[in-house]
Design a protein around this ligand. Structure first.
Ligand code: HEC
Ligand code: HEC
Length: 365
């Protein structure tokens, strides 16, 4: 009798184990039916072979419903003080997620920021974020624009109160996280999930790398030149950035008590020799993201090249970029043909799929 019961029990245990295994391996048939995803569903992100591997976050596994919620939050003006702007207002998909050719962005009551808006693609691979690297993780970063008085000028708690009044958001949070409860943490997680999916890897340059097309001779020449001139020392890897901070000699600042207008990394770390250093931006999609540099001082890529060619100034923290440029602080006089080639190469990094992909677009439009 006793034996029979234990055997029965064992069978039940075995059966339920098999059942749960089957549930795990089948995965959600309809993403909206099964809200809690235990393991990261990396199939949501598509990344081609030339890019680094997908970065997984055990504390915030991707799910379709989470990403979709993040997309709604990214484009929802409710995230700002007076419901006037969304993340997407300053990160426009058509401009590679930058702010509509503006030097500085306008906040909720048209107050001006102090730095040029940055693109928001390929960010899962970066562990230093913002021009001054003051954020290390997207989940942490996404709450900062909400609180920034020059941007959305509210608090994440106030935003959560607004979201809680909407059944549609309750449903979306339940689909993404298993319960209707809306919290600051979950809002940040959903935004991180959405941002992680914004990958740019389908420019002409990428297609050529994958053997899908051939670059023109001018584009190839530009790529070669960029290598010879040292551009890839900092704009390196398939992300076209080393994700480190440098001072490129935009301004002359004297060794004798001179001050940078914006201390960049040094403003965050409070370390003297970090002053005036800024994160290397990616060269991907630069043709779409004018103006350039942390303060948006250059309107065109021609102006940027002109700066590298003859405008680099030495200052207390500028790296000796003359080493890369083979001649004292300059590109060694680019010929007009060189400039054309470099521009052609930079343009070959434009990814038209990024700016037209409906997965990244504004769901309120
Ligand atoms: C008023 C305009 C504005 C709004 C609104 C705004 N941003 Fe930004 N964003 C900027 C600017 C300007 C920067 C650069 C700031 C800096 O480096 O100090 C930036 C930087 C970023 C970066 C850093 C990218 C990198 O490469 O390091 C991310 C990510 C980002 N924003 C996401 C968001 C999200 C998510 C929201 C909404 C919650 C948002 N932004 C709202 C203007 C804005
Ligand atoms: C020493 C590292 C370094 C080298 C070498 C370098 N860059 Fe940069 N580049 C940076 C940094 C850092 C910035 C941002 C500077 C700032 O805003 O203060 C930048 C900005 C840019 C921008 C503007 C991007 C944007 O989104 O605003 C372009 C375009 C650019 N560089 C192209 C080039 C080219 C082309 C070369 C080679 C001729 C080159 N860079 C060499 C580090 C470097």
């Amino acid at each position: 009798m006793y034996l029979l019961i234990t055997m029965k029990l064992k069978l039940i245990v075995l059966a339920s184990m098999l059942l749960s295994l089957a549930m795990v391996s089948c995965g959600p048939a309809d993403p909206d039916d099964v809200p809690v995803v235990k393991k990261e569903d990396t199939s949501i992100i598509s990344v081609s072979t030339e890019m680094p591997p997908i970065v997984e976050h055990a504390d915030n596994p991707l799910s379709r419903a989470g990403v979709e919620l993040g997309r709604f939050l990214f484009y929802d003006k409710l995230l700002s003080e007076n419901n006037s702007i969304s993340c997407g207002s300053c990160h426009n998909q058509a401009m590679a997620f930058t702010d509509n050719n503006k030097v500085f962005s306008e906040g909720t009551v048209k107050q001006l920021g102090t730095r040029n808006s940055m693109p928001t693609f390929n960010l899962m691979w970066f562990d230093s974020l913002f021009w001054d690297s003051r954020a290390q993780r997207l989940k942490q970063l996404v709450l900062m624009p909400i609180e920034n008085p020059l941007e959305m000028n509210t608090t994440p708690e106030q935003v959560v109160e607004k979201l809680k009044k909407l059944q549609d958001y309750k449903d979306k949070f339940r689909n993404a996280f298993g319960t209707e409860e809306i919290t600051v943490e979950k809002m940040a997680m959903a935004l991180e999930q959405f941002l992680k999916t914004i990958v740019s890897d389908n420019s002409r340059f990428d297609k050529a790398k994958r053997g899908e097309l051939a670059l023109t001779d001018l584009e190839k020449r530009g790529f070669e030149l960029a290598g010879q001139k040292g551009c890839f020392n900092c704009h390196s890897t398939s992300l076209f950035t080393d994700n480190l901070s440098h001072n490129t000699g935009l301004d002359f600042v004297s060794n004798q008590g001179g001050q940078f207008k914006d201390n960049g990394l040094g403003g965050f770390t409070k370390i003297k020799n970090h002053e005036g250093k800024f994160k290397t931006p990616s060269l991907r999609n630069v043709a779409l993201s004018s103006p350039y540099m942390h303060d948006g001082r250059f309107k065109t890529l021609e102006e940027v090249l002109e700066f590298y060619d003859e405008g680099v100034k030495s200052n207390l923290n500028s790296r000796n970029i003359s080493f890369e440029f083979m001649q004292q602080g300059t590109l060694n006089k680019l010929t007009p043909q060189d400039t054309k080639a470099l521009l052609a190469f930079l343009n070959s990094l434009t990814d038209y799929d990024l700016i037209s992909n409906p997965k990244f677009s504004d769901p309120f439009q």
